[in-house]
Design a protein around this ligand. Sequence first.
Ligand code: KIV
Length: 294
Amino acid sequence: MSTRPKTPAAGKLPLPELAQMKARGDKIVMITAYDAPAGRLADEAGVELILVGDSAAMVMLGHESTVPVTLEEMIFLTRAVTRGAKRPLVIGDMPFGSYEVSDEQAVGNAIRLIKEGGADVVKLEGAGRMVSRVRAIAESNIGVMAHIGLTPQSATKLGGFKAQGRTADAALKLYDDALALQEAGAFSVVLEAVPAEVASRISAALEIPTIGIGAGAGCDGQVLVWHDLLGLYAGRAPRFVKRYAEIAEAIGDAVAQYAGDVRGGAFPEDVHTYAMPEDELAAFEAGLVSRSRG
Ligand code: KIV
């Protein structure tokens, strides 16, 4: 029997509730989603945050990295998720190239994700010059989530999809970056692929909640990618993933069974077809006979 809570929805979760959850020590649950059914299911399961992540580039669109996904594609996906998810805050992820150029570019494109995508808030990657982008977006009254550690949009510069902050200097830089992003107005910071001790110390130092992915249990919340959590692909997942289902296997089995049924004549059965009143059928047959005569 399912132990899944059913129904949340109703009113939108107020953004300040996240900081209150941190203060109470209640863990925040975040998951990615890329379409309306996933948004609805995540809502019914009671998550607080849904990220329409640029991971869509890889898990939905078949790219090798997150870099190629466009703002238009992210708006399209975000629009779909917000049709399904009512209560969780939906975070529109700003794709590579949509905020690096200037604060004006960042604010303009954050507004597009909110107005056209229906996102409640946005997320962007990085610190340094990106702190100014976070400040500009926050000062435009748009909630902005930061993302440091392994930032997939800069994976090439980082030397691949590798854990970050594993030396004292690198860990201190992450710590300083997190404080700077909080000061700039971020409502939360994602810490990706960071040693658990470092993530814990950053979480304790910040008033805003941290959301970890591969950053240990000391974060104020956790995020996993929909496809990772559900086992929606075969093969190895990153170390930090816990698989809660093996849906790819179930889908593969179901499609193979369907193909076998079609080829063997076991599908469709009478219950899958529509009947016609007998007199209409007789008239149809008579019509065919008269057509074939001339
Ligand atoms: O795009 C994404 O899915 C993300 C999460 C991994 C945090 O940024």
